[in-house]
Design a protein around this ligand. Structure first.
Ligand SMILES: [Zn+2]
Ligand SMILES: [Zn+2]
Length: 171
């Protein structure tokens, strides 16, 4: 989605392209991958040092409500990542380190057609992520006698969450 399309989406939703929104959008457009709200904040602060986390977070929420931005739920302590909504896609999300990789296939499209007919229900969109462990994190998983349901020992899970929070910041 380019800036022109984004601006017209905003307009259709009765919203303006404020300088803050423009900065947030251009940060996401320039980014090579989905960013956490804290990462967006850090980048936006280079231009607007006084902008608050709340403002950035509220704008990201508004942009995701109107479909300009995808919100990817990391499932780790309310943490999310945001990206400009382009082609429809899903993501592999690592529960260990929070890494997000796009998957360029959608297994749901055929199912959706069936659902619309059966229910009937007009589907306008869907979102889901695929959770698991990247190779690096998988090596840490402890298959020992008492792992929690994710396969992590309680101790490793605490460590892992602390690492994620340190790396990506909590939202
Ligand atoms: Zn990982
Ligand atoms: Zn899909």
């Amino acid at each position: 989605m380019n800036l022109n399309r984004i601006v017209s989406r905003l307009r259709n939703a009765g919203l303006k392209l404020t300088p803050q929104r423009e900065l947030i959008i251009s940060t996401l457009l320039a980014s090579g991958g989905p960013l956490t709200a804290r990462e967006v904040l850090k980048s936006v602060r280079k231009t607007q040092p006084r902008i608050s986390f709340d403002t950035v977070y509220r704008n990201l929420a508004v942009l995701s409500e109107i479909g300009v931005v995808n919100r990817i739920n990391l499932k780790v302590r309310f943490n999310s990542r945001f990206e400009i909504a382009d082609d429809h896609r899903h993501h592999l999300v690592c529960l260990g380190c929070g890494e997000v990789r796009p998957v360029n296939l959608c297994p749901f499209q055929e199912v959706a057609v069936g659902l619309e007919k059966d229910k009937p229900f007009r589907i306008v969109g869907h979102a889901f992520e695929i959770y698991g462990y990247c190779a690096g994190c998988d090596a840490f998983r402890d298959p020992g006698p008492d792992p929690d349901r994710n396969g992590y020992t309680a101790e490793r899970k605490r460590q892992s969450e602390a690492e994620v929070l340190k790396k990506w910041g909590g939202t």
